[in-house]
Design a protein around this ligand. Structure first.
Ligand SMILES: O=C(CO)COP(=O)(O)O
Length: 217
């Protein structure tokens, strides 16, 4: 389970570290694999504070050097992060840029999670052999109805189609995932895990929600 902190106010500054620690606590108590995806400005602080996997929300297709303001895979790795999202619905890039980012990230030993908004996009991006494809219908992101309820077929189809194209790529799903029941449904539909955000980040009791989310695993 990857918890994307996005750029919510709830994770500004030290709050990103606090939420990452709650994720670590639940991971330790339950044995569930929980990774966190803090804002890039908090990557180093979060990676120093927890032992669970830390991922960047983005990398740019740039090598170290004269690249003012760009987020290089190399700097993400040296912060202590072990992976990165690429092409999130809220940070889309062209397919060729996805390919460059995957290649540069693999060269820096970063796990790659490439996001796709449709089955066709997922299949097309699987050719770059990221470690994971995460399918998330944009219209369901941030909502209260899980993709596993609103559009279970997109999860099943992505799993089937991506495996047909490239068996090495694992599939996550996300959008509206908020409960342990949603996570169980994702696994039943063939997904290897989930990518989620608001259900945890905006929860009054983040610890309780995290515990419920992993309860069905
Ligand atoms: O975009 C997402 C995770 O990257 C999904 O967000 P929500 O869990 O808020 O729907």
């Amino acid at each position: 389970m990857i918890v994307n902190f996005k750029a919510y106010r709830e994770v500004d500054g030290a709050a990103a570290v606090e939420l990452a620690k709650k994720c670590q606590q639940v991971s330790e108590e339950t044995g569930a694999c929980i990774a966190v995806c803090p804002p890039v400005v908090s990557l180093a602080a979060v990676a120093a504070a927890v032992d669970i996997p830390v991922l960047s929300q983005n990398v740019d297709p740039r090598a170290p050097g004269s690249a003012t303001g760009w987020v290089t895979p190399s700097m993400v790795r040296s912060c202590g992060a072990i992976g990165t999202l690429i092409n999130h619905s809220e940070h889309k890039v062209d397919a060729e840029v996805v390919g460059e980012c995957v290649e540069l990230s693999l060269g820096c030993d970063l796990t790659t999670v490439v996001c796709a908004d449709t089955v066709d996009t997922a299949v097309s991006l699987a050719r770059f052999t990221p470690d994971f494809i995460a399918v998330e219908p944009p219209e369901l992101i941030g909502g209260d109805i899980s993709v596993t309820t609103a559009n279970p077929r997109i999860v099943e189809s992505t799993v089937e189609s991506v495996k047909d194209v490239n068996k090495a790529v694992r599939v996550l799903c996300g959008a509206g995932v908020k409960t342990g029941k949603d996570v169980a449904a994702a696994i039943d539909l063939g997904a290897d895990g989930v990518l989620l955000a608001s259900g945890v980040v905006k929860a009054k009791d983040q610890y309780a929600v995290l515990t419920d989310l992993v309860s069905a695993l």
